[in-house]
Design a binder for this molecule. Structure first.
Ligand SMILES: [Zn+2]
Ligand SMILES: [Zn+2]
Length: 143
């Protein structure tokens, strides 16, 4: 049992450097919805970040992680493409931000006002479609 929702606890969202945590409840609600849809464990690899930590790991200057409205997540047994499709099934993420990081095996989700989609490959921002082509979703492609 989590202490924020059925499956999520505060410590999962706390800043990795200082344990501070500003956590948006809409984010937690949307993640719980995603967790319930997946029926599989969801790991939060990055939640809230203080500005020092965000800078240290090279996060975007105006990252939603600074606001406590974003999480990087991986779902056990799912490819990033499958995780992406799952996130699109959650209203708050569909209308918010989704980023796909195929070579790191996670997706970013946030509950900002307004849609944003992107991918990242080799540390560089790319179009979402480009990132989705490069995930486990097309293991059997001949290209
Ligand atoms: Zn910190
Ligand atoms: Zn992120």
């Amino acid at each position: 049992m989590g202490n924020l929702s059925k499956n999520f606890s505060r410590h999962e969202f706390a800043c990795r450097c200082c344990d501070r945590a500003e956590i948006n409840q809409r984010l937690v609600g949307a993640l719980q919805e995603l967790r319930d849809l997946a029926g599989l464990p969801v790991r939060v690899t990055s939640g809230y970040r203080c500005s020092e930590h965000n800078r240290a790991i090279g996060g975007a200057t105006r990252s939603q992680h600074l606001l406590g409205t974003a999480a990087d997540i991986s779902v056990r047994g799912m490819t990033p493409t499958e995780m992406y499709r799952l996130a699109e099934d959650v209203e708050a993420f569909r209308n918010g931000g989704i980023g796909v990081y195929p070579d790191k095996g996670f997706i970013h989700v946030d509950v900002r006002d307004g849609r944003a989609r992107w991918g990242q490959l080799d540390g560089k921002y790319v179009a979402l479609a480009e990132a989705l082509k490069n995930t486990g979703g097309n293991d059997h492609a001949t290209a």
